[in-house]
Design a protein around this ligand. Structure first.
Ligand code: NAD
Ligand code: MG
Length: 392
């Protein structure tokens, strides 16, 4: 039986890798729904290649543009807006949702897929950072199967027994180790980092990714977000998670058990590997990719994180250990700061200082529903925007 995939964020880096996996397995998957923010050109070619049933854009103007460019034999629908994503997430034509929108913009559609009890492959780590607790509870209630796409979390998942269900406690666990490439500025001093340009920040040494996650990898906020993501996915406290810099990005993470056994998953740094693992789970899908050659790599290196140069990880640790709305504030401030940096309004090193200021000065609010999360997110972005304006 061919599974209907809803690919939210089809035109991004994860979206493209997902399309490549689907294309390699036409008997197993078909594209039921695609969504994108605004890339009409790319959507037209995706429609030509995959003939999806439904196409969703962010707003009416982009949908209008697409309607004028559709291939003549296209029989599907074109819609726009978040309500259409929510509807698609719950559609009976959809078996699997790939949540690959970037940032908090992916929260509602990812949450909707979980509430609809789907198989949900989550690349959109920000949704877990913002609402991981709510997401895990809903997944349990609705029978949704969450599968991690982030390579580190996917690696940890692969080190666990096949019967392990995301969100549950891991039997016999000692600790999780998140590996971290160190990013493009691993060896830079602070003075040099202060002058770093957006182009330098998005030039990741090992992975080819969208701009936001690339900048997060340069500040190491990506590892902070991943630390929070891991607490929810694997039901552990942040104290049970260690972070180790591993510049080769071949060991994607490790799980240590109480008997001293340490398991890891390795592979070339290619996101099609975790994507295929999750889409095919529990079966393995064949991929035509660069094979790992240990002799070509020769040596693996490991080093601790330098928290002086990279304060983001501590900020994330504090946010998750304080709990409540703190991870929402951390995420919102970071998204706004990364955007401001990419637009030339903030220096690279001001990204984490803005996040720190937001955490210190924005008062904690009670948070018990997804609506609360959205409200706090909005309020924090407004405040962070003001501070960027003052600094610019
Ligand atoms: P990207 O910037 O390349 O793509 C983002 C996608 O989201 C695009 O299709 C875009 O059209 C869509 N989008 C952007 N803003 C939107 C909005 N407001 N509403 C609806 N859709 C919108 O990003 P990416 O690198 O593919 O990352 C996607 C997610 O996966 C992020 O959360 C990222 O942290 C995570 N992730 C990415 C990688 C990677 O290798 N790229 C690895 C691990 C995790
Ligand atoms: Mg990752």
């Amino acid at each position: 039986m061919s599974l209907g995939v809803a690919l939210f964020g089809a035109t991004g880096s994860i979206g493209e890798s997902t399309l490549s996996v689907i294309k390699a397995h036409p008997q197993r998957f078909h594209l039921a729904v695609v969504s994108a923010h605004s890339s009409v050109d790319r959507l037209v070619s995706i429609i030509e290649d995959f003939d999806p049933k439904h196409v969703i854009l962010t707003n009416a103007a982009y949908a209008e543009q697409l309607l004028g460019r559709l291939p003549p034999d296209f029989k599907g629908s074109v819609a726009f807006g978040e309500a259409s994503l929510i509807e698609a997430a719950g559609s009976s034509e959809v078996d699997v949702v790939m949540a690959a929108i970037v940032g908090g913009a992916g929260l509602i559609s990812t949450y909707a897929a979980v509430c609809a009890g789907k198989k949900v492959c989550i690349a959109n780590k920000e949704s877990l950072v913002m609402a991981g607790g709510l997401m895990m509870t809903r997944a349990k209630d609705q029978g949704a199967v969450i599968l991690p796409i982030d390579s580190e979390h996917n690696a940890m998942f692969q080190c666990l027994p096949e019967s392990y269900v995301i969100g549950e406690q891991i039997s016999g666990l000692k600790q999780l180790t998140l590996t971290c490439s160190g990013g493009p500025f691993r060896t830079w001093d602070v003075e040099r980092m202060e002058q770093a340009t957006p182009l330098e920040a998005i030039a990741h040494p090992n992975w080819s990714m969208g701009p936001k996650v690339s900048v997060d990898s340069a500040t190491l906020m990506n590892k902070g977000l991943e630390l929070i993501e891991a607490t929810h996915l694997f039901s552990v406290s942040d104290q049970q998670i260690e972070v180790v810099v591993h510049p080769e990005s071949v060991i994607h993470s490790l799980v240590e058990f109480v008997d001293g056994s340490v398991l890891s998953q390795m592979g070339s740094p290619d996101m099609r590997i975790p994507i295929a693992q999750a889409l095919g789970f529990p079966e393995r899908l064949e991929l035509d990719i660069e094979r790992l050659s240990l002799t070509a790599i020769g040596k693996f290196h490991f080093e601790p994180v330098d928290h002086k140069r990279f304060p983001a990880l501590h900020l994330a640790r504090e946010a998750i250990s304080e709990g409540g709305d703190r991870p929402v504030v951390l995420n919102a401030a970071n998204e706004l700061a990364v955007d401001a940096f990419l637009q030339g309004h903030l220096k690279f090193t001001q990204i984490t200082s803005l996040v720190s200021d937001c955490l210190n000065h924005i008062k904690s609010q009670p948070m018990s529903s997804i609506e609360d999360v959205l409200e706090i997110d909005k309020m924090c972005r407004r405040q962070a925007f003001e501070w960027v304006r003052e600094r610019a």
